[in-house]
Design a protein around this ligand. Structure first.
Ligand SMILES: Cc1cc2nc3c(=O)[nH]c(=O)nc-3n(C[C@H](O)[C@H](O)[C@H](O)COP(=O)(O)O)c2cc1C
Ligand SMILES: [Mn+2]
Length: 489
């Protein structure tokens, strides 16, 4: 089911008892963070929070602010209009494994998925809710000029270098192929019309920017906020370069995404967005960005990033400003990342059929720690899986990969720690390699590159040079367990 706006999604959350309204004024400077942080760290991710009167330097903003809207499994499922993200994972898996149907039911399922694929294709529309209110820059208007300073943009943490848009969907185009990309890259506000553009070196936006630089051409960029929450998931999902996030969003929500032309730049954006910030990046122009209290739980230091110049801001009449905060885990982003892992697990399994399950525990902040369970068949297969993952998309960042046997539930961190500690001889069962690092990782001596470590915590096969005979786990006889299950004494 598609949500045509942030307001519609908000209503769905409220009907499910998943929304708390905060009706009194709260400051966008630090105060909203502290309330949201406590909510995100409460059991099951707490509730979504609607701040009806966020204040900017003491003045109440014209726009309410929603935060933690995707910060639980239940809310992520509501965003997708499904019972759980597993449903979407199942649909993707079915598509990838589609064979000529053998039964009538298979045929119907294939037909339904075929229809969903039709929705992957966007529609092009002329009239758009996101254009209900238009503020072009550089035009003489009536009264006060509307700028970014009018949006309830958060200053999240005390040492942050300023205010940051934290849930921006950044639209760019490959100048060679015309292919679209949507990525979530944070936006630091320098002034009402100028921002930073934090696409890290490994991301598709940065690759597009490099091509514009090489061609000495000004780069059109659109930053969208709100609309269907599926778009937010699509912007963060680790889709391969060249796969259009809009196709993924259309497929996931079972409805084509309506796209409309921007007013001041040659790009298209979702018509249902709450806000669209149009502008350009002048290749070569760089400016210090940060510090920013980040996903890692630490401040990322100041570094040079491209500069984004705003040419227009358009929005719905009743626009709602969506935000998140990142910091010491668990935070809302854990649930966003987890949904991606669940959705893409079938794709990993296609490449590595031995993979049973995978988890990126919150403590590892996405890439620092990856647990994988496998059905081991031959010697050193665990190492093959590690190397494969280190070569796949954003899995390249995985700092520690722990491989366990299929009977270990990787969703339970303590079970994995038990196997890891008990089953490994550190020297024999580890491997170290060189790979790119997440730009946010402060531990490597130099940014963006460093060492990565894998542990084979599976039981050792005879061909793996372990001569002693692997012991069995201590487990009760199933008949005794069944008897105790029914025991009344
Ligand atoms: C809340 C949030 C904030 C993010 N901020 C950034 C960021 O500032 N810079 C960045 O490069 N990636 C950031 N990411 C990660 C990217 O969105 C993610 O890697 C995405 O897959 C990139 O898309 P791309 O492959 O199309 O470039 C963020 C993710 C989330 C969930
Ligand atoms: Mn992409």
């Amino acid at each position: 089911m598609a949500h045509p706006s942030t307001a519609a999604f908000l209503t769905a959350l409220e009907n499910a008892g998943e929304l708390r309204r905060i009706t009194v004024p709260v400051a966008t400077e630090l105060q909203i963070t502290e309330i949201a942080d406590r909510e995100m760290k409460s059991p099951e991710g707490g509730k979504a929070l609607l701040f009806e009167q966020p204040t900017i330097n003491g003045r109440v903003s014209a726009f309410p602010l929603i935060i933690n809207a995707l910060g639980s499994r239940r809310r992520m499922a509501i965003a997708l209009g499904m019972d759980s993200v597993e449903e979407l994972a199942g649909q993707l898996e079915f598509l990838m494994k589609a064979k000529p149907p053998r039964t009538f039911r298979d045929g119907l399922k294939l037909l339904r998925n075929g229809m969903d694929l039709i929705h992957a294709r966007p529609r092009h529309v002329k009239k758009a809710p996101c254009h209900e209110v238009v503020h072009r820059f550089g035009e003489k208007g009536e009264g006060e000029l509307f700028t970014l300073d009018h949006l309830p943009i958060l200053k999240c943490w005390p040492q942050d270098g300023g205010r940051f848009i934290t849930l921006p969907m950044v639209y760019t185009q490959d100048p060679d192929t015309g292919g679209r990309n949507v990525g979530m890259y944070r936006i630091q506000i320098y002034d009402g019309q100028t921002t930073g553009m934090h696409w890290q070196v490994h991301k598709v936006g940065a690759r597009h920017g490099k091509r514009y630089y090489e061609r000495s051409e000004r780069m059109p960029v659109a930053v969208c906020l709100g609309g269907d929450p599926v778009l937010t998931l699509a912007a963060t999902a680790p889709l391969p370069d060249g796969i259009d996030e809009i196709l993924f969003a259309g497929f996931a929500r079972k409805k084509s995404v309506d796209l409309v032309k921007c007013l001041t730049i040659p790009l298209e954006v979702p018509a249902e967005s709450d806000f669209v910030i149009e502008g350009y990046v002048q290749p070569g122009e760089m400016r210090p960005e940060g510090p920013f209290g980040d996903h890692t739980g630490f401040y990322t230091p100041v570094e040079d990033y491209p500069v984004f110049h705003v040419t227009a801001i358009t929005h719905r009449k009743e626009a709602i400003y969506p935000a998140t905060i990142v910091g010491i885990p668990p935070m809302e982003d854990f649930y966003i990342g987890e949904a991606s892992v669940r959705i893409f697990l079938p794709i990993f399994k296609m490449n590595f059929p031995e993979i049973v399950d995978m988890a990126l525990p919150a403590e590892g902040v996405f890439h620092n720690l990856v647990f994988v369970s496998i059905r081991k068949q031959y010697p050193w297969q665990a190492f093959k899986v590690m190397h494969g993952l280190w070569g796949m998309g954003q899995m390249m960042f995985a700092k520690y990969i722990i491989v366990v046997d299929e009977d270990c539930d990787v969703q339970k961190t303590s079970e994995v720690l038990f196997r890891w500690m008990a089953n490994t001889d550190p020297q024999r069962d580890s491997t170290m390699t060189k790979n790119p690092c997440d730009s946010l990782d402060h531990a490597p001596t130099l940014p963006n590159r460093g060492s990565h470590m894998g542990f084979d915590a599976t039981r050792k096969l005879s061909g793996e040079g372990y001569p002693r005979g692997w012991p069995d786990l201590v487990k009760m006889d199933p008949t005794v367990k069944a008897w105790v299950d029914g025991f009344q004494g």
